[in-house]
Design a protein around this ligand. Structure first.
Ligand SMILES: NC(=O)c1ccc[n+]([C@@H]2O[C@H](COP(=O)([O-])OP(=O)(O)OC[C@H]3O[C@@H](n4cnc5c(N)ncnc54)[C@H](OP(=O)(O)O)[C@@H]3O)[C@@H](O)[C@H]2O)c1
Length: 258
């Protein structure tokens, strides 16, 4: 275990339980994806950092390499299906797939234009679908694999302006159950983590309203990206060897009403 990679809130397993495994993490150039890349590399996985922004990717790679981990960058724009399938080909034999990349442009239904609708479906739903389609059959052939989809509390709880976003995440949770049933018999586990409001590059612009979202969960605060990564890493690891088809709630708990 590389302690330097773990970060203050990453899992401390005391073992390199992902040694010899290759993990593809989409959207690992920032936020929850970067924290997940650090957590999985800290447990010994060879990490494929996906994203678009080369500078951000290099920052992730540097942190992994400085701590003695192994990683490489594979860029792809997930709105383009040909780039998604090319990414899967370049990734090769993947033991762990984390479908983390996502967009969240919040607007009420009447104010949601078609491009916004389409981008959510393309990045949050179609890209994970294409990656599972391309990579899960080979995992099944090898007899092992773990897929973790990063969902959101918005999949099940309505929020202001989260309609399309939440719908894509609800669909991803549904696919999680379907894929678990399809690939489970071959030894491939598929699970999801529903994240609560988390401090990341993507949410930095939300400001005070976001801090209020943190205060509204039972724990009364925002999550650190490493705390969500810890849940993802658990599901990706042998510690979750009999966990399949579930969505692990990491939303900070529901507050009491009344
Ligand atoms: N933060 C939260 O409060 C929260 C809560 C619940 C769920 N989630 C989910 O957690 C995941 C990560 O969220 P985050 O807050 O960490 O996001 P973030 O800081 O905005 O980072 C998003 C990542 O996704 C990549 N990405 C976005 N659009 C892409 C595209 N078209 N093609 C390729 N890569 C693309 C970005 O890559 P580049 O920058 O390199 O382009 C970046 O690495 C998302 O699925 C999100 O829905 C987040």
């Amino acid at each position: 275990m590389n302690k330097d990679l773990a970060g203050p809130t990453a899992p401390v397993t005391g073992a390199a339980d992902l040694a010899g495994r290759t993990a593809l993490i989409t959207g690992a150039t920032a936020g929850i994806g970067r924290a997940t890349a650090l957590a999985l590399a800290g447990r010994g996985a060879r990490v494929i950092v996906h994203g678009r922004d080369r500078e951000r990717a290099e920052a992730t790679l540097r942190r992994i390499e400085e701590a003695g981990g192994s990683a490489r960058f594979e860029p792809a724009d997930l709105t383009r299906p040909a780039e998604v399938t090319a990414l899967a080909e370049r990734a090769g034999d993947v033991d762990i797939l984390v479908n983390n990349a996502g967009v969240f442009h919040f607007a009420h239904t009447a104010d949601t234009d078609q491009t916004t609708f389409d981008t959510h479906v393309e990045v949050n739903l179609r890209a994970p679908y294409l990656l599972v389609q391309a990579l899960a059959p080979a995992m099944a052939k090898r007899g092992h694999g773990a897929i973790v989809n990063v969902s959101s509390g918005a999949a099940t709880t309505p929020g202001h302006g989260t309609g399309v976003y939440g719908a894509t995440k609800a669909a991803l949770e549904s696919l999680t159950r379907t894929w678990a049933a399809e690939y489970g018999p071959a030894g491939v586990r598929v699970n999801a983590v529903a994240a609560g409001p988390t401090r990341t590059e993507g949410t930095a612009a939300f400001g005070d309203a976001f801090e209020a979202a943190g205060r509204s969960v039972a724990l009364g605060r925002l999550a650190d990206a490493g705390e969500i990564a810890a849940a993802v890493a658990f599901l990706a690891s042998p510690s979750a060897s009999y966990v399949n088809g579930t969505t692990l709630s990491a939303v900070g708990g529901l507050p009491a009403h009344g």
